[in-house]
Design a protein around this ligand. Structure first.
Ligand SMILES: C[S@@+](CC[C@H](N)C(=O)[O-])C[C@H]1O[C@@H](n2cnc3c(N)ncnc32)[C@H](O)[C@@H]1O
Length: 396
């Protein structure tokens, strides 16, 4: 079976060092395949491609975020996203008695943390501590450099963790584009059974798909989706465990998850027969995860219905679900544009940059509709302004 469909023409050639890096990671994955008896599930392959110690895409020193990287995330576009988010965070802090903290998962370049802390200081809503859970030593270093340079006055408040904190926190847990970077299982449905996609070593020292009958819990999860024969897609088996961890650590407050994805009926739409897996390499998108191993991003959209179900099971309340555009509008986007414009001394270039940033964040053709924001609550029963324009929980 040609699985998944491929569309990889026109990718830029990696330079010598990147190609060598990719080769080393491929050798490591081949070793793991051999140790595991000749095949590994796709989830394990994706985990190694993104997170193998010293070599995985998010662990080794590649340029990933921003114009000179592979993709751009909302905080990298400018300050607008972070300033809106800060207003929502400040509103949560106002409702909690006692010390409030922020825990950010996978903090990228550190840009979001810098904007948030700057804006929260202006709003008189500084968190006692800003915790960053970052498993990549390389990204941690980059975040430290960004934050030391941009907000030296608040640097002492920032604490890096490589696992969940031991003590529970009150306040806000943030994860922007983290769920989409979690390894997924890939599967295909035919008339007889459900196949889980494995990888084996190919004759040319690359990787090759191998379909095997899905069993156990995964088979049950796929069968529950009731998909027609010929359908292939993916699912994230780690969502439940992840939300349990978040729920354990959150004593009181809100979890805000921002990512691209859909409610389940749209995710597994009859016409989306090839799933949502995407790879990003120097601003080129394609669907072959078996190429450029370790030097390209691999990502899948988020099934927000699965997230909501897992959250409820973990003891969290689903208190908001909306598009990024509606969330930003509800969180004061109009005011922020006005103040940003006032801050610009009518230099045409900067005004154009701001317009471009807002357009990318909110246009339905860009991030505005595809990106969703979900709020999960613990011991917190107050309205959230970010969901005041339109709450779409009914569509989950
Ligand atoms: C697409 S990047 C987004 C980075 C940043 N939040 C931003 O918006 O620019 C995904 C990040 O999620 C992190 N990540 C994925 N799974 C994680 C997990 N289970 N725990 C902590 N970080 C994780 C990755 O290491 C990576 O830094």
């Amino acid at each position: 079976m040609n699985f998944p469909p491929q569309n990889i023409t026109g990718l830029p050639e990696p330079d010598k060092a990147s190609a060598e890096h990719s080769r080393k990671l491929a050798v490591l994955i081949h070793q793991v395949i051999e140790e595991k008896g000749g095949a590994i599930p796709f989830r394990e392959f994706m985990d190694l491609a993104l997170y193998a110690p010293a070599l995985g895409y998010y662990v080794a020193g590649q340029h990933r975020f921003g114009a000179d990287g592979d993709f751009v995330t909302a905080p990298e576009l400018g300050d607008v996203f972070g300033r809106c988010l800060a207003k929502q965070v400040a509103q949560v802090f106002q409702r909690i008695e006692g010390v409030c903290e922020i825990l950010e998962y996978g903090a990228g370049s550190g840009k979001l943390a810098a904007t948030l802390l700057e804006e929260l200081a202006c709003l008189d809503a500084m968190p006692e501590r800003y915790l960053i859970l970052e498993t990549s030593p390389d990204l941690r270093l980059r975040q430290q450099q960004t934050l030391k340079q941009k907000i030296p006055q608040y640097f002492e408040r920032i604490i890096w963790l490589d696992r969940m904190p031991e003590m529970a926190i009150s306040g806000v847990i943030l994860a922007n584009e983290v769920l989409d970077a979690m390894p997924v299982e890939m599967f295909a449905v035919d008339d007889e059974a459900v196949a889980q996609q494995y990888l084996v070593k190919s004759a040319d020292n690359g990787f090759q798909w191998d379909s095997r009958q899905a069993t156990g819990e995964l088979a049950g999860q796929i069968e529950k989706l009731a998909l027609p024969a010929g359908y292939s897609s993916e699912l994230n088996p780690a969502v439940n465990g992840w939300l349990e961890m978040l729920s354990d650590v959150l004593q009181q407050g809100i979890v805000l998850l921002i990512d691209y994805g859909f409610p389940r009926h749209e995710y597994y739409h009859p016409q989306r027969t090839g799933g949502t897996l995407m790879c990003h390499y120097r601003h080129h998108s394609h669907s072959d995860p078996l190429t450029l191993v370790g030097i390209q991003d691999i990502t899948a959209h988020v099934d927000f219905t699965a997230v909501a179900e897992a959250a409820v099971e973990a003891g969290l309340d689903v208190v908001g679900f909306t598009t990024q555009t509606n969330f930003l509008l509800g969180s004061g986007l109009a005011d922020i544009i006005t103040t940003e414009k006032a801050g610009i001394e009518h230099v045409e270039k900067n005004l154009l940059k701001l317009n471009h940033e807002v357009q990318l964040l909110t246009s339905p053709a860009e991030m505005g509709e595809l990106f969703k924001v979900m709020a999960l609550a613990k011991q917190f029963d107050h309205e959230l302004s970010g969901f005041s324009i339109r709450d779409m929980r009914g569509r989950l």
